[in-house]
Design a protein around this ligand. Structure first.
Ligand code: PMP
Length: 456
């Protein structure tokens, strides 16, 4: 795909130029000033991957408060899949915000909510009858999926997985498999959550998927009892855990076990969903048809929106009034989602995710072949990660990972980390980034890795 040199916006602003341009050190003086204000005004509990303040973004670029243009390889954690302030999102939001900002869908309806539900019912895997409900955040969607599954089954136990991440509320932090920074000091967590081993081919000796599933199932049967389990919740590709792609057969065997035992199988696609992996949902890549699917992040181009979609009989099991919330499915966020989905269709961003993925994997694999600090390059579509280790071992190297992030930022590239051991570099470029910009960003990162690995 040839790339535009600037990205149009439907606002009065001039288009944002699609090139890296550093006019100060990064972070620059204005960012540093705002970081100091942040330290005195914002809770110290709110983390900051990068000490940077930005003013605008578009395509593959973020512009900071010092006038630097940086390459965005993180999409605000898999959110701005269609790019920041994508024209169709901006246009829909502008129109909607002038018409109606809120009624609460539980008070009076408005059509954009219906349109988003219809889209979710259509785009999520499976040809069965589906229904949806909308919420504000991924965690809220997960909470509601669990509520629905419990109500439907009349059971309470929920099974989650090692390396899983599902949010920061009490229930979803309980489902999350990582203490720091998500759980430490925040307990007690909701009861009836059980955690079993996932499939992590790099670190479980390459166990095949069927064996990994059989082990997980055996653990469920022994510890909980299949007839006590309301739901199994899993990310088809674990996101915060480090873009872990399970071995073939793992997810399907778990889904079959769920089906055989009246357990609701929930795919948490908050991070892997909405064209990111080259299909609408990562589940499709495993021929997986979840009973319920949670979505958020990439759905609305940056506005807060989330959904639970699933089998109509499960979604309808809850009594009237049992689901909802003041803002869930806010009309402006719904309008943004419709603009975002429209952009994905019109620009064939699923295909673009495949192309960007191939580009990233080949460049990163070349790096991995030249250095011994990369244990694996993995992912699907434009959800790609490398695992950073001590030379020639599988021992995670979170310090080196952090150093790479810091240096990349100074050089003008925004990259994110992930992983249970903090040693994964994850690449989630907006799907509207140009080949040239992505190459440039990756060249900078690979240069830094080569330099740091060589210096060890
Ligand atoms: N589930 C998954 C798989 C996620 O990646 C996230 C966010 N990283 C969440 C749930 C929580 O979403 P939110 O931050 O919108 O609450």
């Amino acid at each position: 795909m040839t790339s535009p040199e600037s990205v149009e916006s439907s606002s009065a602003l001039s288009p944002i130029e699609q090139s890296l341009d550093l006019v100060t050190e990064v972070p620059g003086p204005r960012s540093q000033e705002l970081m100091a204000r942040r330290a005195s005004a914002v809770s110290g509990g709110v983390g900051a991957t990068h000490p940077l303040f930005v003013t605008r973004g578009g395509g593959g670029i973020l512009e900071d408060v010092d006038g630097n243009r940086l390459i965005d390889l993180g999409s605000g954690i898999a959110v701005t899949t269609v790019g920041n302030s994508a024209p169709a999102v901006v246009q829909n939001v502008q129109q909607q915000v002038e018409l109606l900002t809120h009624t609460c869908f539980m008070v009076t309806g408005y059509e954009p909510y219906l349109q988003v539900c219809e889209k979710l019912n259509e785009l999520t895997p499976g040809g069965h009858e589906k229904k949806s409900a909308l919420f504000n955040s991924g965690a809220e969607a997960v909470e509601n999926a669990i509520k629905i599954a419990r109500h439907y089954t009349g059971r309470s136990a929920v099974v989650a997985f090692e390396h899983g991440y599902h949010g920061r509320t009490n229930l979803t932090a309980g489902l999350t498999g990582k203490a720091m920074p998500f759980k430490k000091g925040f307990g007690p967590f909701a009861p009836e959550i059980y955690r079993v081993a996932s499939s992590y081919p790099l670190r479980d000796g390459g166990r095949d998927g069927h064996t990994a599933a059989a082990d997980a199932i055996s653990r469920m049967q022994v510890e909980i009892g299949a007839d006590q389990i309301a739901a199994i919740i899993i990310e088809p590709i674990q996101g915060e855990g480090g873009f872990i792609v399970p071995a073939d057969g793992f997810l399907n065997d778990l889904a079959q076990f769920a089906k055989d035992n009246g357990i609701v199988f929930i795919a948490d696609e908050v991070q892997s969903g909405f064209a990111r992996t080259g299909t609408w949902f990562a589940s499709e890549q495993f021929d997986l048809v979840p009973d319920l699917i949670t979505t958020a992040k990439g759905i609305a181009g940056g506005l807060p929106l989330a959904g639970v979609t699933g089998r109509a009989e499960i979604m309808d099991a809850v009594h009237v009034g049992g689901l909802g919330g003041t803002y869930g499915g806010n009309p402006v966020a719904c309008a943004a989602a419709l603009g975002s989905i429209q952009t994905m269709v019109e620009q064939d961003l699923r295909q673009r995710a495949v192309e960007l993925g191939e580009l990233m994997v080949s460049q990163l694999q070349e790096l991995a072949d030249q250095t011994d600090v990369i244990a694996e390059v993995r992912g699907r579509g434009a959800m790609v990660a490398v695992e950073i280790v001590e030379p020639g071992t599988l021992t995670p190297d979170p310090a080196l990972t952090k150093e790479i992030l810091t240096r990349a930022l100074s050089a003008g590239v925004v990259v994110l980390s992930a992983g249970s051991y903090g040693n994964v570099l994850r690449f989630l470029p907006p799907l509207v980034i140009s080949d040239d910009l992505l190459h440039e960003g990756l060249n900078i990162v690979t240069g830094i890795v080569t330099e740091l690995a060589g210096a060890r």
